[in-house]
Design a binder for this molecule. Structure first.
Ligand code: NAG
Ligand code: NAG
Ligand code: NAG
Ligand code: NAG
Ligand code: NAG
Ligand code: NAG
Ligand code: NAG
Ligand code: NAG
Ligand code: NAG
Ligand code: NAG
Ligand code: NAG
Ligand code: NAG
Length: 470
């Protein structure tokens, strides 16, 4: 047995990369390593040059370019078509129906015929999607550093975040440098570089809330396009980055004293939604920065956005630091209403692995008050993108969560204001659909869309926000 294990390892060693060092064998044979070897890593790929962004705040200059990147547009929208009948042909009965290309290898699958993988974009769809993801990685890299540089140790401690928590934040920034390197290497010489940013926060609680919301659309933005990429090879690498980002999102929820994962499925969104929510926080980019094709929708402002800094979080009015992410503001919260230092464990919301909220942030039947911006607003890098919509009359709120898009009618529409009722809907029995940090759009139609064709909703979107359901 022992011989077999040595033999097996040696064979493996011979076959595998040189960097599989000898101590592996020792450790497999004996329960403890008997000798310490040092072995220098064979190669270390450098990360992209990262300069610390030194200026933050809004852009005040005049843009030299305006509008999203575009080429010849061949139709106003993509028509909805019936399903391809071939998709119903495979019997799916647990039996094998094809020859095996090799032992233990089922027939079918994509990218499994032995062709060497090529990790590069194969289409405009790929390039624009990966470039969007890179813009997102860059802002995260800066945001995590910026928080550490901006708020004092005392301010972090007052929000319940100690030195070990701050190291975790620093480590997350390091992860972003890796993700930015990966995407830059895939995209090549014209890959977007780091910009300067403008964050809607003034203290640690607002900062953690903004980070929790920003990583939500970062994660969901990638889930929306990942299965549509032509380059499955790039999708593989991006998948392995975005699962790390998903952990960051959950950790920010824990830092904020929220229930870490109140849903059974994480939602995916179209690229233009991610860009809409990201661009307002980019103030300027270098002159030759590669631009993006994606649409910027107008902001949806949630007047009673639930405020996780309150004991009764749903009892909030006009308590955000602005539209789009609708990040919490701590400004109007009176001492006895704040949950951070609440002494009753059912009311407190200090950082924790998990927290029960006795009074939920939102609930089915909640009246949600909304107003929305007109299109035509300049925002994003150097104020060089312009918000747009093809909708003239919004009539529905679209609750985009988990696997479902649920519509509720807009009531008392007056100019750019209305209210609606939070729907009572479950994905599957026992999993209320509307929870966590999710997406709320207003639309002109209650179009039926599912996770793989959510982008079909874009021509019907009038404005977009994040809603803090739980
Ligand atoms: C960026 O700032 C961090 C501290 O926040 C520092 O450790 C690092 O050396 C700086 N990097 C550069 C390139 O200046
Ligand atoms: C989206 O996909 C569903 C099937 O999952 C289909 O019934 C629906 O018509 C599609 N919607 C559009 C707008 O294409
Ligand atoms: C393997 O699949 C790729 C598509 O992924 C195709 O371009 C290539 O021709 C296939 N190679 C063989 C030997 O069938
Ligand atoms: C919470 O308590 C800390 C001291 O432990 C204090 O510094 C901080 O201001 C308090 N925050 C709130 C919102 O009450
Ligand atoms: C912008 O210009 C710099 C310096 O010439 C160059 O290194 C970089 O690749 C350019 N970036 C883009 C996106 O073209
Ligand atoms: C954006 O603004 C920055 C800072 O003012 C400037 O350096 C850059 O050239 C501008 N970019 C464009 C595309 O105008
Ligand atoms: C919490 O706030 C909501 C909305 O304002 C209100 O309906 C509810 O009664 C409040 N709950 C408690 C326990 O005060
Ligand atoms: C929200 O508060 C801001 C000031 O903080 C004020 O300008 C704005 O009118 C308020 N909006 C509503 C709908 O109350
Ligand atoms: C937490 O909430 C769940 C669900 O509402 C409940 O079953 C559980 O008893 C609560 N636990 C504590 C310690 O409050
Ligand atoms: C969201 O999930 C949490 C944790 O399970 C639960 O306490 C809360 O009531 C849920 N909120 C909604 C709106 O369903
Ligand atoms: C939501 O639906 C469930 C299941 O039908 C029901 O038990 C619950 O009372 C409903 N909640 C509201 C607020 O209507
Ligand atoms: C939510 O999505 C699931 C999974 O696609 C589907 O089975 C369910 O019918 C949807 N629920 C509603 C209320 O649309």
């Amino acid at each position: 047995m022992v011989f077999y294990r040595i033999y097996g390892s040696v064979t493996l060693l011979a076959l595998a990369a040189q960097s599989l060092a000898a101590p592996v064998i020792e450790e497999r044979v004996y329960s403890e390593a008997t000798t310490t070897y040092t072995s220098a890593a064979a190669t270390t790929v450098p990360i992209v040059p990262v300069t610390n962004v030194t200026s933050h705040g809004p852009y005040t200059g005049t843009p030299t370019t305006t509008g999203a990147l575009s080429t010849t547009v061949t139709a106003a929208s993509v028509p909805a078509l019936p399903a391809d009948p071939i998709k119903y042909e495979y019997p799916a009965d647990g039996q094998l129906h094809m020859d095996e290309p090799a032992p233990y290898t089922p027939g079918g699958g994509q990218g499994v015929n032995g062709s060497a993988p090529v990790y590069r974009p194969q289409s405009d769809f790929d390039y624009e999607s990966l470039a969007l993801a890179l813009y997102q990685e860059w802002i995260e890299l800066d945001l995590f550093h910026w928080g550490l540089a901006t708020f004092s140790t005392e301010e972090f401690e007052a929000a319940g975040l100690n030195a070990e928590d701050r190291f975790l934040l620093e480590f997350m920034a390091d992860q972003e440098a890796g993700h930015a390197t990966l995407l830059t290497n895939i995209l090549g010489a014209q890959a977007p570089v780091q910009c300067t940013y403008n964050y809607p926060v003034t203290n640690v609680q607002e900062y953690i809330d903004f980070s929790q919301k920003l990583t939500r659309f970062g994660e969901s933005g990638v889930y929306g396009f990942l299965p549509h990429l032509d380059s499955r090879e790039s999708a593989q690498l991006l998948l392995q980055s975005i699962t790390t980002e998903a952990r960051q999102q959950m950790i920010f929820r824990q830092f904020e004293g929220l229930f870490p994962m109140p849903v059974w499925f994480e939602v995916g969104i179209p690229q233009s939604w991610a860009w809409t929510l990201l661009a307002p926080y980019i103030s300027s980019c270098p002159a030759n920065q590669t631009r993006l094709i994606w649409q910027n929708f107008p902001s949806l402002n949630i007047l009673n956005q639930p405020n996780p800094a309150r004991i009764n979080g749903s009892n909030a009015w006009n308590e955000t630091t602005g539209g789009y992410t609708n990040t919490l503001s701590t400004k109007g919260i009176k001492e006895g209403d704040a949950c951070l230092n609440a002494t009753d464990p059912s009311e407190d919301c200090g950082p924790a692995i998990t927290q029960n909220r006795t009074q939920p942030l939102s609930y089915p039947g909640r009246k949600v008050h909304l107003n929305w911006d007109e299109p035509g607003m300049a925002l994003g890098p150097n104020n060089s993108y312009v918000t747009s919509t093809t909708v003239t009359e919004p009539r529905f709120a679209a609750w985009v969560t988990q696997l479902n898009v649920t519509y509720s009618p807009l009531m008392d529409i007056s100019g750019n204001s209305a209210w609606t009722i939070q729907p009572n809907v479950s994905v599957f029995e026992g999993d209320p659909a509307i929870n966590g940090t999710m997406f709320l759009a207003i639309t002109d139609e209650d179009l039926y869309v599912t996770p793989f064709n959510l982008t079909q909703l874009n021509p019907h979107v009038a404005a977009l926000a994040l809603y803090q359901a739980g």
